[in-house]
Structure formats: C-alpha cells, structure tokens
Design a protein around this ligand. Structure first.
Ligand SMILES: Cc1ncc(COP(=O)(O)O)c(C=O)c1O
Length: 419
C-alpha cells in the first residue's frame, strides 16, 4: 500500500469496499468554487445560477395557495413514475415553441434535466463506450459520462456550433479504432459553456450524419427560450422523432429549486426511462410538478420569460462592454441568449493555475479545463453573467483584467529574460 493510500484509509475505513465506479466521482471544478461564491466580497462569474430574484416571490406564494386548494392532497402523495399527466400536457405547449410536436405518452418527468442525463447514461453507457460531444461541453454531463466510464470524444465546434465535417471525421476515427459510439450529446442553444448556438443550416446536416451512422442524438436544451433578439432555430427533435432524445428543464425559465426537468424520447427508450426513473426515485416530486403546473396554468409565464430575457440581455451587454473596455484584445464569444461568455486567454496563461490569484483579487470564474474530458482548455475560461448585477459584472471583469494583465506581464518578462 502506498503512503497516500494508507492516508486515505486512515480517513475512511470503508475505502476498500467502494465499487470501482466510485473512483470516478471527483469534486468538479465548479463545485469546488461554491464555497468561494458565497463570500459577499467576491464577484462570482463562476456558477451558472439563474437570477431567481427576477421572479416575484408573491407570484409563487399565490401559486402555492391555489395549487394547494386544488390539488393539495395529490401534491403531498407519491405520483406516477412517468410524471404528472397535466404537467406533461403543458410541457407539450412549451416544446411547441421550438417546433416540437409530441405526445404526452412520450414525455418523462425527471428531477431536473441532470437526472434525465443520468438515467439516459445508465441506459446506454458501458465501460469504454464513446460519447461524442461539442468541445467544450457541459461540465455536469461530462461528470455523468465519466461516472459511467464512457470515453468523451470532443468534436470541433465553432461560432455556428458543432462542425458536421469534424463530426464525420470523429465518427470515422472512432470506428477505425474499433470503438462503440453510443450517442452524440449536444447543447444546441446558448451552450454551456460557450454561449454558441447550432446554426439552422447545420441542424439537418448533423441529423443526416447521425441517421446514416445510426447514432442517437441527445439534445439538451435548458436555455433555448432565453434568447435576446431572435428565437432559436427549431429543435433537432422537431426534425427527427426516432433519432433524437430531447431534454428540457424548468431550472432556467422558472427556478431550479423545484428540481423538475423532462425527457421526450422515442417510445422504446421512453419505456426504459420510466422503469429507470421508478427504480431510482419511485416518482418525481409531486409537489414541485404541481407547483409548476399551477404556475403554467395561472401565471403569465411567457411574460415572466420575457422579464428573464431582459435581465440576462442587460447582463450580457454589461459583460461584453466590460470585456471590451478592460480586455479588448481577448477573443470572446458573443452569445445571443443564455448565461455564458467563453473567453480565450493569451498563449501561456493557464486559467486553472490563475484562479487562486483571481480569487485573491475577489473575482471567480470557471476554468476551461472543467469543460473538456481530455484535459485541454487551459487557456479558456467561462464567464457566467446571469447572477451578478451589471455593476458587479463590470467590477468583476475589471478585477479579472488586472489578474490577466499581471500574468501577461510576468510571462513577457520571463520570456525576455529567457532570451
Ligand atoms: C446544459 C445543461 N444541461 C443540464 C443542466 C442541469 O439542469 P437541471 O438539472 O437544473 O435541469 C444544466 C445546468 O446548468 C445545463 O447547463
């Protein structure tokens, strides 16, 4: 036994008993930041938290009272493993906003879309299977794929989303290595972390490639309704009912506290998802589902989404203006919706190594390496502008600029000395 194993054993007397899979659980770079986020003097551009204060609390109070009067007894009880029928019907209307026509039969409610991703991964992924994903990709999904011991193959992604040519190449490469590809995972709109949206032109091309190669597409879309100017192109699922599993969530268009998401899947996959859902949690939260259902039935939810759009647009503008003012030379994506900017640092600066210095300067961000399964992304970082006020975004990016400029100066000094 090595010294570090011995030390770990001393801390945890059950260390020898864990399943091999438990080794894949690691504190994510985002999680590790949560303790920092809570310090009031730090401007956090790190965690992707929605600005829930933009939703009037009285509205939820009223929703609670009318929901309890109408369905209180049901809300306190176990429910269907597939989810509340009334809510599933309302979700059909929500998805129709992105061109999707669906049946209540094919919708499964989950504990946030994170849980939907976990259930799907449990159904499809064996050790060593390949998941194709954008580069960069959502850290929470990467954690799940890693937990199921899958290999994530990132596919080149630019301002128009994942590249069809690069996708074909990646498929050929994986096939040549004799590997099994299980699905393509995409965040199609205002992606986390890049802010990029898959263009209307590329959507059918991506589907065509996946159909030809018999690769399932997992379309994860929590941000699509949070556009700033133009609605997003129709969902991939609207163009292909059999080849796409679609995930949605109320976390960003309402609040994450209810923990309600949903999956729309072809019937055979849906059946397995319901069984997996029942096996894992018996049923999704009755209370949360009924609160959301009552909210959708009685509140001006479209108006509320407009309010969120306005809040996030103002914050996106504040973030871009501050980047322009303090870090004009850095390459930054310009999202048309959602929560995130993706920033490329000067060569030689490592965002993970720089983070403690940034925190010392009272600003936090998420290092780029969190969003790649292959250890790359050192010169990238994610700025999340959804939570701080526009004024604090400006202060935070100013502090970030101080840290980056100092790092750049140091690099230049050492480079000169090395000559
Ligand atoms: C792309 C993406 N998918 C899924 C989730 C999980 O959302 P939830 O489980 O709250 O629905 C998030 C949360 O940030 C996300 O950004």
């Amino acid at each position: 036994m090595t010294e570090s194993q011995q030390q770990a054993n001393n801390l945890d007397s059950w260390l020898d008993s864990y399943a091999a899979r438990a080794q894949t659980l690691a504190v994510s770079e985002v999680r590790a930041l949560f303790s920092v986020v809570s310090r009031p003097e730090v401007v956090s551009l790190a965690g992707g938290m929605p600005y829930v204060a933009a939703l009037p609390q009285e509205l939820l109070q009223q929703t609670y009272e009318s929901m309890m009067a109408k369905r209180g007894a049901l809300a306190m009880q176990y429910g269907s493993g597939q989810g509340d029928l009334v809510l599933r019907d309302q979700i059909r209307d929500l998805m129709a906003l992105e061109g999707i026509s669906s049946s209540v039969e094919d919708i499964v409610i989950t504990t946030g879309s994170q849980h939907g991703l976990d259930l799907l991964s449990g159904l499809f992924l064996d050790n060593g299977d390949v998941v194709l994903a954008e580069g960069p990709s959502y850290v929470g999904a990467l954690g799940i794929f890693n937990h199921y011991e899958a290999h994530v193959e990132h596919v080149y992604t630019d301002d128009a989303g994942i590249s069809p040519e690069a996708l074909s190449e990646a498929i050929d490469r994986m096939k040549a290595q004799g590997r099994t590809i299980k699905f393509l995972y995409l965040v199609t709109n205002f992606a986390n972390p890049s802010g990029v949206t898959l263009s209307a032109e590329r959507r059918p091309r991506i589907l065509e490639i996946c159909k030809r190669e018999h690769i399932l597409v997992v379309e994860d879309n929590p941000y699509g309704l949070l556009y700033f100017d133009q609605p997003v192109p129709d969902a991939l699922r609207s163009m292909d009912e059999d080849g796409v599993v679609y995930l949605g969530s109320f976390s960003k268009i309402l609040v994450p506290g209810f923990r309600v998401g949903y999956v729309l899947a072809p019937p055979a996959i849906r059946d397995k998802l319901v069984l997996a859902n029942e096996s894992a949690i018996l049923c999704p939260t009755s209370f949360g589902q009924m609160m959301i259902s009552e909210y959708l039935a009685t509140a001006d939810w479209k108006g509320q989404i407009d309010t969120f759009r306005g809040v996030y647009r103002e914050r996106r503008d504040a973030a871009l203006a501050a980047m322009h003012e303090y870090l004009p030379k850095l390459e930054t994506t310009r999202p048309d919706g959602g929560f995130y900017l993706w920033v490329t640092l000067p060569d030689g600066i490592d965002s993970k190594a720089m983070l403690p210095l940034a925190v010392k300067e009272l600003v936090a961000y998420t290092p780029g390496t969190a969003f790649y399964g292959d250890g790359t992304g050192h010169n990238k970082l994610r700025v999340c502008y959804s939570y701080p006020t526009p004024e604090n975004i400006n202060v935070g990016i100013k502090r970030l600029a101080n840290v980056i400029n100092l790092q750049t100066e140091l690099l230049e000094t050492f480079a000169k000395k090395g000559k």
